[in-house]
Every structure is written in structure tokens, then in C-alpha cells.
Design a protein around this ligand. Structure first.
Ligand code: PGA
Length: 250
């Protein structure tokens, strides 16, 4: 079953790199042969998408966020359509840093996903529990409501380009990775939860990425799990050597 799904490594650069550093990274990764059966994605700050589009052909581009609205008087916002017009094909939605620092909730994220889908792009929808939720054994409850409230009003047809990223908040940028057992348990729970709503065939085709301190040292073991189809990588995606090592970890 796993072989029918897309294997994906998405680099989430967050608020890192100047234009000079972005160009240097692009020149460097252009010299690296990447496996063709893996979808490699870079999510730079949105203002660099166009530059990277001009320079890279073997990597897809993503934005780290988009507006919940299509156009108009929303100062500082960037629409999904703008991202599409600059060459982005994926948009990360609901990253825990946006949920925390920008108070984004599932209801707002539903509107953002609607924007992404209406532009024909793929949402990479991030979900995951905090440490206190895991300690209280609430991780499955948190993740189910994140899925239900933001996704379940869409049809299976509308969601066919959906990618999910499970990122336990306690593992992001902390150096603490979920164990393969914890990650696989949650990925399998997510797939079953989606299957209950949309059917098994649909659920089997959805790529579910793991994120949270994924690095060249642990990627192979994580990606070998039955329900883990790749990774959303923060810190380790900032240099070409580590990112390409992770892309080669399937
Ligand atoms: P990290 O970040 O790899 O630095 O833990 C992952 C993410 O936030 O997407």
C-alpha cells in the first residue's frame, strides 16, 4: 500500500535566510542529483518563491502560510493566488508556530485550506499535540479535532491534493524527536480517522509527513514506518548537505 503514496520531503525554512543565502543554497542544490521518485519541496519566506522558481527545476516550491481571503484590503497578507502566480504549488497551513504566535484556530485554517484548494494548490496541513496534551493523554483528541474541524467539510474530491504533516509541538526545534513507535502510532491513527470519513482507498493515498527534529540521523528509521511518507523539516533543512541526506533516506 505504502508504495502507492507520494514520498515527500518538505523544507520549512521559517524566517531564515537573506536573498544572498537563498541564491547560494539554490546554486548548491542545483549541483546535487535528487532521487526522482521523491517529491522535494522548499518552503522559503514567500518573497523568495519567485527567485527559487527561476533557479530550481528539480524542487517544488511552497509558501509557509497564506491569507484566509482571496484579495482586497488585508495589509501585509499574501493570497494563495499570489503564491500560485509566483510558482508555488504547495502551501503549509496551520503550522504550530502560527497556531501559537498568531492564534490561528481550526476554523480559520479551514478558510485558508479553502483558498489553497480553490487555486488548485496542495495544502500541507499541520496538526499535532502540545506536551501538556500528550502528558494528559489528549493527543488523539487534539489531532482528531484539528482534522475534523478544518477538513471534514470538504469532499474527498476537493481534498485529493491534501498532504498532512503530523508535528508534535514538543518535538519542534527541541532536538527531541518522537520515537518511531509514537510517530507510527499517531500516523496510523490519523489515516484510520480519515478512512472513517472518506473511505479506505482515499486514506491510503494521502501522504502523511512527520515533522519535529527530523534529521539525517533519524530520518531513515522514521520514513521506514508503515504510515510515514516523508518529513516536514525545519532546522535540518537549512543546509544542502543535511536536506539532501534526508531526501535520500527512503
Ligand atoms: P524542526 O521543525 O525540524 O526544526 O523541529 C519542524 C517544523 O517546524 O516544521
Amino acid at each position: 500500500m505504502k508504495s502507492t503514496r507520494n514520498n515527500i520531503v518538505a523544507a520549512n525554512w521559517k524566517m531564515n535566510k537573506t536573498l544572498e543565502e537563498v541564491i547560494q543554497f539554490a546554486d548548491e542544490i542545483n549541483g546535487v542529483k535528487l532521487p526522482q521518485n521523491i517529491i522535494s519541496i522548499i518552503a522559503p519566506a514567500a518573497l523568495y518563491i519567485d527567485t527559487l522558481k527561476q533557479k530550481l527545476s528539480h524542487v517544488k516550491l511552497a509558501s509557509q502560510d497564506c491569507s484566509a481571503y482571496s484579495k482586497g484590503a488585508y495589509t501585509g497578507e499574501i493570497s494563495a493566488e499570489m503564491i500560485r502566480s509566483c510558482g508555488g504549488t504547495y502551501i503549509i497551513v496551520g503550522h504550530s508556530e502560527r497556531r501559537t504566535y498568531h492564534k490561528e484556530n481550526n476554523e480559520l485554517l479551514k478558510l485558508k485550506i479553502q483558498q489553497v484548494l480553490s487555486c488548485g494548490l496542495s495544502p500541507i496541513y499541520c496538526i499535532g499535540e502540545t506536551l501538556s496534551e500528550r502528558n494528559a493523554d489528549l493527543q488523539f483528541k487534539t489531532v482528531s479535532s484539528q482534522i475534523e474541524e478544518a477538513l471534514f467539510s470538504f469532499s474527498a474530491e476537493e481534498l485529493k491534493k491534501l498532504v498532512i504533516a503530523y508535528e508534535p509541538v514538543w518535538a519542534i526545534g527541541t532536538g527531541v524527536t518522537a520515537t518511531t513507535e509514537q510517530a507510527q502510532e499517531m500516523h496510523s491513527f490519523i489515516r484510520n480517522f480519515i478512512a472513517k470519513k472518506y473511505g479506505n482507498e482515499f486514506a491510503q493515498n494521502i501522504s502523511i509527513l512527520y515533522g519535529g527534529s527530523c534529521n539525517p540521523g533519524n530520518a531513515k528509521e522514521l520514513f521506514a514506518c508503515a504510515d510515514i511518507d516523508g518529513g516536514l523539516i525545519g532546522g535540518a533543512s537549512l543546509n544542502v548537505k543535511d536536506l539532501t541526506a534526508i531526501i535520500n533516506s527512503f
